[in-house]
Ligand binder design. Sequence first.
Ligand code: SAH
Length: 252
Amino acid sequence: RTPAPWQHLAAAPQGPACTPCHRRPQGEPCSGRSAALRARMEERLLGARFRYLNQQLYTGSSRDAARLFRADPAAFHLYHRGFERQVRRWPERPVQRIVRYLRRRPASLVVADFGCGDCTLAASVRNRVHCFDLVPLNPRVTVCDMAEVPLADESVDVAVFCLALMGTNLQEILGEANRVLKSGGTLMVAEVASRFEDIRAFLKAMAQLGFKTVSKDLSSSYFYVLEFAKTGPCRPGPTPGLRLRPCLYKRR
Ligand code: SAH
């Protein structure tokens, strides 16, 4: 199974023991080893905070996430630092796949990027891109919960969720994408491979939400890229297959 994306953050390297700062005679400058120890401890602390935040994001609703980051914008920046460090280690950034996809299609298509992060997508294509996230990492961001975006019904051609299906209210979030997409419009989902419990059941549930599978790239052990076309509005009723495992990790 693919390691959860944040694993590295907790895995602080083991270094030699060194004299704790409080045992040094007063006024003596901190040795290189003390500074290294301190940096390692800080890193561990950040790792622990990050794991806690990450768990909250994947185990609560999108509304809970909105409340969390509104109350503590610093937490958001910590989360993003962790996110950036992780995706830099992957062989390819999933958002680059979406960029390549959009570059092959007409630049006139209007795009909505749900959970846009630092707006890499908007900055990389010529299309008009509506960028939605909980805190503005970039001036292009419209701050909102992705379950309730300020767009008219059937107003966009392409909706994107790139590593952004975090809330437990998946049906509501994808229902919002369905609402803003034009009929026949495209939904692109890039998501961590190990989150899918049963991809067939997931795609079946997507069909019930009004999204026909157009293509699926399951070749990467890091992330899947799924392309859907909107066939119509969401059909009501339970969608038991619409489940994604939270992207949690254990401290190693
Ligand atoms: N799509 C970007 C960022 C992915 S990280 C990329 O691929 O680079 C996931 C993003 O989803 C984060 O920026 C996070 O803040 C955002 N997010 C999580 N829950 C959200 C919600 N309820 N509403 C809006 N954005 C949300």
